[in-house]
Design a protein. Structure first.
Length: 74
């Protein structure tokens, strides 16, 4: 819910600029077996570690949230 609250606050700010700030939201349903999903999570973890840089003057904090949930439509 905290993530949704951040989006709400961001878009209620008259100075928000999603293009400049690179704000996006994506929802995708992936068809995977448990083994494929485990592999996906392993690769995602590796990708996150690859881009987890130390703080610097030229870097901005990027708040990335990934949520896995059951597909209740089936």
């Amino acid at each position: 819910m905290n993530t949704y609250s951040k989006f709400h606050n961001y878009f209620n700010n008259k100075n928000s600029n999603p293009g400049k700030d690179k704000v996006f939201l994506n929802n995708t349903i992936l068809m995977m077996s448990d083994i494929e999903f485990d592999k996906f999570l392993e690769e995602l973890h590796e990708l996150i570690l690859k881009y987890n840089f130390d703080s610097s003057k030229v870097r901005k904090a990027r708040d990335i949230s990934i949520i896995s949930s059951p597909n209740c439509e089936n």
